[in-house]
Ligand binder design. Structure first.
Ligand SMILES: Cc1cc2nc3c(=O)[nH]c(=O)nc-3n(C[C@H](O)[C@H](O)[C@H](O)COP(=O)(O)OP(=O)(O)OC[C@H]3O[C@@H](n4cnc5c(N)ncnc54)[C@H](O)[C@@H]3O)c2cc1C
Length: 472
């Protein structure tokens, strides 16, 4: 049995990207929208997240623009003490469900098809009934492009012997018996979360072995607080970032300066980070993580056997009594295979990152541009892709593209005004409404204005050097 429907926008995916896009489309147009997702609930990968997950950034600029996610609290305890609240996975899922029910569906303009697999060509199938639906649409929104692999659902790219105890970090809360030790596999933010979970729950740091193929540059969460109280830290960090880049003598010198000014952090001062995935941590978390001394840097794991772990560049001993914690779902493998396309191509819209680190804001901006601009070239100019970083040096093209987009947006009065009232922007409102008589704040703004062009020039020079290096 099949069904046919007609809509203005057919949106595939109700993760943060699909939700933020639809929310802005609802605000800015009178369009009808169909949302299809294979999961039972909106929220995308947050439905599969580990029980102790939280946002990495303050809740106040995550989610959809029209509804606040933050409780407005400053954390009084724990490793995020003194900073804006970080929503838990459960809070995020409840939030998206609320947005779906009370805003999207209540509007009468959105129809939602959970538990449905999209096949392309406007066709999807309900997983429980097998019923097929064909949709005639004006525009297709592929809100699945930025999906990322998570440990609970990905397939590791190494073999695991049946005798080995191996689990995604999702299963750590079900451990009931002390193992001989914990081996955490992965160098990204999930591995950081796994290690912090173990330490916070009293596991001795010496009982943790951390396999980190690459170390990463990290962002300081104190610099991401979009509130008055943090103006000099957050907006000041932007000024310091531009100054560090602009005065750098080389790429290595740029990273050194970015670290010295507190824009970038790392776990081990003796190891040069080769990775940059924009993971965000607090300084208290760094101190805690530095208690772990058993760091294995011998490349990626190729096999977990019953009594040894084989890596690209060596092996270490293990036992069936050790728990191996999988945090190896890779951002690189999630994005590496995908070829970015412009956001707007004919009747297809593919929201992607147009402001670094901000999938929610990026999707909301794409919807605003879709609603208010007609010319495809102009739409794509305003939504120029900001490349996803993987290696340390990817920081360079990413930051350059982000600054250029920001400049283009600032030249458009309507867009600038819209950014100010979009809670996902985080900082535009804070800066627009700052007290012009506050000397400290106006000094920071002057430093940003003076620093931006030298930073752009240096990023262009470094990008050219990287391109030259790649050609040789
Ligand atoms: C632990 C963790 C913490 C994070 N913290 C932050 C943070 O603090 N701030 C931040 O900005 N970002 C954060 N991110 C990253 C951010 O969540 C992701 O970049 C973003 O969620 C990607 O969202 P998405 O909507 O593109 O993908 P997803 O959440 O994966 O959603 C895609 C949706 O598409 C559906 N789908 C895919 N294909 C089909 C199909 N064929 N048919 C039907 N449905 C389909 C899926 O079911 C899914 O629901 C975090 C990520 C992780 C893993």
């Amino acid at each position: 049995m099949s069904n046919s429907l007609i809509t203005d926008y057919l949106v595939i995916g109700s993760g943060v990207v699909g939700m933020a896009f639809v929310d802005t489309l609802l605000s800015e147009t009178d369009a009808n929208i169909i949302v299809v997702d294979r999961y039972a609930k909106p929220g995308g990968h947050w439905n599969m997240a580990y029980p102790f997950v939280t946002l990495h950034q303050p809740s106040s600029f995550f989610g959809v623009s029209s509804k606040e996610l933050s409780r407005g609290d400053i954390d009084m305890i724990g490793l995020n003490k003194g900073m804006g609240d970080l929503a838990t996975g459960a809070e995020i899922c409840a939030y998206f469900e609320d947005v779906m029910r009370h805003r999207f569906l209540a509007s009468g303009r959105v129809r939602y098809f959970p538990l449905c697999e999209y096949h392309g060509d406007g066709q999807f199938t309900a997983k429980l009934t097998g019923k097929r639906t064909a949709v005639a649409y004006r525009k297709l929104v592929d809100a699945t492009f930025m999906t990322i692999a998570v440990p609970s659902t990905h397939t590791p790219n190494f073999t695991v012997a049946p005798a080995a105890q191996f689990m995604p970090l999702n299963n750590l809360p079900s451990v009931t018996e002390k193992p001989a030790g914990y081996v955490v596999i992965g160098g990204g933010k999930t591995s950081i979360d796994a290690c912090l979970y173990l330490l916070e729950n009293g596991v001795d740091a010496d009982e943790i072995t951390w396999i980190r193929a690459r170390d990463a540059w990290l962002l300081d969460r104190a610099n991401t607080q979009p509130t008055e109280a943090f103006f000099s830290t957050s907006v000041g960090a932007l000024a310091a970032q531009y100054e560090s880049i602009g005065s750098a003598k080389s790429i290595a010198d740029m990273f050194q300066r970015l670290e010295e000014c507190g824009y970038l952090l790392r776990l081990d001062p003796a190891t040069r980070p080769r990775m940059f995935h924009a993971a965000t941590v607090s300084r208290a978390e760094i101190v805690e993580l530095q208690r772990i001394k058993n760091i294995v840097r011998a490349g990626h794991v190729t096999a977990i056997e019953s009594h040894r772990i084989v890596l690209h560049e060596g092996e270490i001993a293990t036992t069936p009594a050790h728990i191996h914690v999988d945090c190896s779902a890779s951002l690189e493998r999630s994005f590496g295979r995908k070829k970015p396309s412009p956001v707007f191509v004919g009747d297809c819209i593919t929201p992607q990152m147009i402001r670094a680190y901000q999938p929610a804001f990026s999707a909301s901006m794409a919807a605003y541009v879709e609603a208010h601009y007609a010319d495809e070239a102009e739409k794509n100019r305003l939504c120029t892709l900001v490349p996803m970083p993987n290696y340390d040096v990817d920081f360079i093209p990413m930051t350059l593209a982000m600054i250029i987009n920001q400049y283009n947006w600032s030249q458009d009065d309507a867009l600038r005004r819209w950014c100010r009232q979009n809670r996902l922007d985080g900082f535009a409102k804070l800066i627009a409404e700052m007290d012009r008589d506050d000397r400290q704040k106006t000094d920071i703004m002057r430093r940003i204005q003076a620093g931006v062009m030298p930073a752009v020039a240096k990023l262009q020079q470094f990008s050219a050097e990287l391109a030259d290096g790649a050609r040789k």
